[in-house]
Design a protein around this ligand. Structure first.
Ligand SMILES: NC(=O)c1ccc[n+]([C@@H]2O[C@H](COP(=O)([O-])OP(=O)(O)OC[C@H]3O[C@@H](n4cnc5c(N)ncnc54)[C@H](OP(=O)(O)O)[C@@H]3O)[C@@H](O)[C@H]2O)c1
Length: 234
């Protein structure tokens, strides 16, 4: 079977680990991000998902790769995380984050859906902050709540197509996004490790395994899957 993974943000972090795992499962992997995916087997199509109109350049470069696809897994992984608050956020910054985290997945669905046969899957990447909020991450919390809405609406709209969807919500995972957000502050990292049952950060590979499981189990259609080691509530 010709199996394809189309993933955003596989230049590093969770996306990179996911690309590697799907290659091991004999998928052809296509990465969409600005930076190149370091895995030589991955087809890289450069795109800035924040740029309005990105689809005009992307569609003619992406669709020829999917002509013979029988199963396509589309993973909406790329995201931007900024520190901002309800009383301070700039409209343009908010728009930019919504473009990457919410609008781009919607556009990509429309491009890729015609190539998705029976058994295909759309996996959204949410966050623990898809279902709760912490102070100082206004745009991220808002957009990650919207991602659960995207997934639930996708589930309803694609009934009967043979395509399933789910939203994987990682907890604190050891990637550049988390470390940059915390300014690589060792004390805060140690504190965060203490906020789950195993007192450690999650490996990106663990989230990749969860994404693979969600993508290959249609019974999970419509599910919000928490992958956070069990977070301690304050
Ligand atoms: N790490 C965590 O603790 C954690 C927790 C909960 C949820 N998540 C979610 O997991 C997903 C992956 O996060 P991560 O931790 O692996 O982050 P990461 O290491 O910062 O990787 C983010 C990826 O998104 C891509 N990206 C960002 N802006 C883009 C743009 N404008 N156009 C195209 N691609 C863009 C980046 O590629 P380029 O920069 O090369 O374009 C990169 O490959 C995200 O949805 C994130 O919200 C992460």
């Amino acid at each position: 079977m010709n199996k394809y993974l189309v993933i955003t943000g596989a230049s590093r972090g969770i996306g990179l680990a996911t690309a590697k795992l799907f290659l091991e499962h004999n998928f052809m992997v296509i990465n969409l991000s600005r930076g190149v995916c370091p895995l030589s087997e991955v087809i890289h199509i450069p795109v800035d998902l924040a740029q309005s109109g990105f689809e005009e350049h992307l569609q003619p470069r992406l669709l020829p790769h999917l002509e013979n696809a029988e199963m396509v897994v589309l993973v909406h992984n790329a995201a931007r995380l900024e520190q901002d608050m309800v009383n301070q956020i700039q409209a343009n910054s908010f728009r930019n984050i919504l473009e990457i985290n919410v609008v781009a997945p919607t556009i990509l669905n429309q491009i890729v859906l015609p190539a998705m046969g029976n058994g295909s899957a759309i996996i959204y990447i949410g966050s623990t902050l898809s279902e709760k909020a912490v102070a100082g991450t206004f745009s991220y919390v808002t957009s990650k709540h919207a991602v659960v809405g995207l997934m639930r609406a996708t589930c309803q709209d694609l009934m009967g197509t043979g395509i399933h969807t789910a939203c994987v919500c990682p907890g604190f995972t050891d990637t550049e996004m988390l470390r940059t957000h915390l300014n690589n502050d060792q004390a805060i990292l140690e504190h965060i490790k203490g906020m789950n049952a195993q007192h450690r950060l999650i490996d990106p590979e663990e989230i990749a395994q969860t994404i693979y499981f969600a993508a290959t189990q249609p019974v999970l259609n419509g599910a919000v899957i928490h992958a956070n080691l069990g977070q301690k509530e304050a």
